[in-house]
Design a protein around this ligand. Sequence first.
Ligand code: HEC
Length: 164
Amino acid sequence: MFRRIRSFQAAFLITSLTTTTAVLAPSAAQEDFEMTPPSFSIIYPNIDPLRGKQLFVEKNCVLCHSINSVGGELAPPLDASNNRREVDLLDFAARMWRGSYAMVELQATELDYQIELEGYEIGDIAAFAYDLETQKSFTEGDVPPEIQQWIIDVSTAADDGLFD
Ligand code: HEC
């Protein structure tokens, strides 16, 4: 699943990341860091939006989140934006982290378990969450009936007292 990048490639990657970051307005926090040459290599997952589309359904994200109007209404939709073309894996993980308190609580109530995710699976789902073209092809036909029946719309959530 992973492509291990050798140090010289990592150095190249970091150089290009630094350049890109500079162009794409770094956050205040990032500006405070001085880049030191890496003594490690970076593992970069081969992310795939089509696999992400499948995982979005199989891992049950679709029960609470919608994409292209397919899915639940309990959580913010995860539609890609028209004007952000770059996939930011760490930002996606950070957004999940910020939502984690509510997500873990609700998964316990609604699913009876906490969803298990490997790093590369988060990468695939993030790729799908940023990929407008793949999202356009996402329809109810991608969600099997046994999962569709558990999708949480506003009225189910109200019946379950989730908005109380
Ligand atoms: C049981 C319901 C539920 C399930 C299942 C669920 N989430 Fe969430 N998720 C939420 C809720 C509710 C929030 C909003 C939390 C908040 O605002 O504090 C959220 C927030 C998020 C956010 C941040 C949204 C933003 O606007 O930045 C991301 C990203 C996210 N979830 C991804 C996922 C992924 C990926 C999966 C599947 C692996 C998943 N969620 C499964 C309920 C769920």
